[in-house]
Design a protein around this ligand. Structure first.
Ligand code: SF4
Length: 90
C-alpha cells in the first residue's frame, strides 16, 4: 500500500459513489430523487467537514455500523458476521 494512501479520502470517495449510484437508482421516482438530492448535499457537507476536522487531528468516522442483535434470519452472500460465527439464525 502506498505511503500516500489517505483512508479518509478513500472512504469519502466510496461514500460519494454510493450516494451517486443511489441517486441514479431513484430517477424514476421524483420523491425519492428529491430526498436523495438533499441527502447527497448533506453527505457532501459532512465529507468536507470530516476532512477539515481530520486536518485538525480529529478523526470523525464517515459511517457507523450498529449490530443491535446477534440474531439474523438472512443469509447474505459474503456475510461478514457469519464468517466469525458471531451471528445465529433468528
Ligand atoms: S450480512 Fe449477515 S448479519 Fe448482515 S443481514 Fe446479511 S446475513 Fe444478516
Amino acid at each position: 500500500m502506498s505511503q500516500n494512501f489517505n483512508l479518509q479520502e478513500h472512504i469519502a470517495k466510496g461514500v460519494e459513489k454510493i450516494v451517486a449510484d443511489t441517486l441514479k437508482a431513484t430517477l424514476r421516482d421524483p420523491r425519492e430523487s428529491a430526498f436523495m438530492v438533499k441527502f447527497a448535499a448533506a453527505a457532501n457537507r459532512a465529507t468536507k467537514r470530516r476532512l477539515e476536522l481530520e486536518k485538525e487531528g480529529l478523526h470523525v468516522p464517515s459511517f457507523l455500523i450498529a449490530s443491535i442483535t446477534s440474531a439474523c434470519n438472512l443469509h447474505c452472500a459474503g456475510c461478514y458476521s457469519r464468517c466469525n460465527e458471531a451471528k445465529v439464525d433468528a
